[in-house]
Structures are given as C-alpha cells and as structure tokens.
Design a protein around this ligand. Structure first.
Ligand code: PGA
Length: 247
C-alpha cells in the first residue's frame, strides 16, 4: 500500500503524518508493505522519521541521466542518497501533464534500477482510450516497453500500479470487476514476459480514487495486490484505513 502525496503537505505536516502512521503500525503491524512518496524537499525528513520502521520511502519522479545540467530535475543517485528505496516511473500526471512517453518512462525505469531503486511502474488508459476499446492494447504497449527497460528482472524488486487515468483524483473508482479484469490481463501478459512464477508474485497495485470504503471490494480481486493512493493518503487515519482494509 503506497501513499503518493503528489505536491501536497509541508514539512511539519509530513513529520506529523510519519509519526502517526509509524506509531499505529508499530502498535498493530500490517501484513502489507507500506510505502510513501513525498515531494522531493521532504524526502530527507521523512526518511529520518521512518528510519528503522516498516515504511519505505520513494521519489515521485527521477531524471533518466545520472547527473548534469538538468535544471529542476532530480537524479536516481540523489534519491537513493536522500534515503529512497523506490521511484515512481510513468505516473499519469507525468505522462499527461508533462508529455512523457513510453521511451522516456523506460529510460527512467532503467535509471531507477541502475541506482538500486525499485521502480513502481505506473500504467493506465485514458477515458477516450477505454471508450474506443483500446484499454488492453494501450496497457500492453506500456507494459512491454517498461519490461524491456528493466534489463534482467531476475532478483530485482519492482512493482506495477494500474491507474486508469479517468479514475485518478476524480472520485470515480473502477468497479471491482473492471479492475480485476484488467489486473488479470496484466498478470497474464506479465507471465508471458517474465515467466508465470515471477508474475504470480509481482505486486500489481490499483490506483485511482482508492479509499478505505472501496478498497475491501477491490482487494477481493485475486489479481489486485494493493493500492497506490493519492488524495486519501494525505490523512493518516484515512490511509491507515486503506492499509487495514487491504490486510
Ligand atoms: P487518487 O490518486 O487516489 O487521488 O485518485 C492516485 C494516484 O494518482 O496515484
């Protein structure tokens, strides 16, 4: 279960969030792996607050190059140095808000892997693509490109997050049957690309208006392994509700 804070919270709020979630998970441990993706300036503080806890920290984006004249960008080496274990790659707000295509997302996945960061690879179709019946072909293109960028996936930690673009931040969650059907398709495709054994244990998260209320019916889908949570992750109580609802 992963919290994607996006461009929200200030340092004091982030620290309070970390203390609240850490305290609760130390009192009553969760079965789920729990991740948090803060904005860049908060990563060192958050990593410090969460050191020695079960929570892991990731960056929301990274530049494909290791260093250089890239004003405003952050490298995989800098994320790792700041205490990250993960990096979001290809979030729809990067694909659609910043014009990032599969090729650039692939280079970011490779950069994450090069710096020992586990890529959380985000994929998803737009509303228009779903209406055109193109959902599976869009996802297949995104997944094939992502997997080919990973290099040798043997022994490497990574995960996929299926986030239908029309469900992100809209309050419109995919119906559990729709989400399961899509995750089933992804699991099968990943089986073809990575081998059935690896695909069976690869985390495939759902994202898009996930809440404590709708997550139990979604997690009931056999191919839905967890959640990438935006809006509902900002409040520690709501986020803990999703963790508990996923266990
Ligand atoms: P949301 O965002 O939960 O606010 O829909 C999910 C995401 O974009 O990761």
């Amino acid at each position: 279960v992963a919290a994607n804070w996006k461009m929200n919270l200030l340092r004091a709020e982030a620290s309070a969030w970390c203390r609240a979630v850490r305290r609760e998970l130390e009192a009553v441990p969760a079965r789920s792996t729990v991740l948090v993706f803060p904005s860049f300036p908060m990563i060192p503080d958050v990593a410090g607050e969460l050191r020695g806890s079960v929570l892991e920290v990731g960056g929301q984006d990274l530049h494909p190059e290791d260093k250089g004249a890239f004003t405003g960008d952050v490298s995989g080496a800098q994320l790792a140095d700041a205490g990250c274990a993960w990096a979001l790659c290809g979030h729809s707000e990067r694909r659609h808000g910043h014009g990032e295509g599969d090729e650039l997302v692939g280079r970011k996945i490779a950069a994450a892997a090069r710096h020992g960061l586990a890529p959380m690879i985000c994929i998803g179709e737009t509303r228009a693509e779903r209406h055109e019946g193109a959902t599976f072909s869009v996802l297949e293109r995104q997944v094939r490109s992502a997997v080919s960028s990973l290099g040798d996936p043997e022994g490497r930690r990574f995960a996929f997050a299926y986030e239908p673009v029309w469900a992100i931040g809209t309050g419109e969650t995919a119906a559990p049957e729709t989400a399961q059907e899509t995750h089933g398709f992804l699991r099968e495709l990943l089986g073809e690309l990575l081998g059935a054994e690896r695909a069976a244990v690869l985390p495939i998260l759902y994202g898009g208006s996930a809440t404590a209320e709708n997550c139990p019916s979604l997690i009931a889908g056999p191919d839905i392994d967890g959640f990438l949570v935006g809006g509902a992750s900002l409040d520690p109580g709501k986020f803990l509700g999703i963790i508990r609802g996923s266990d």
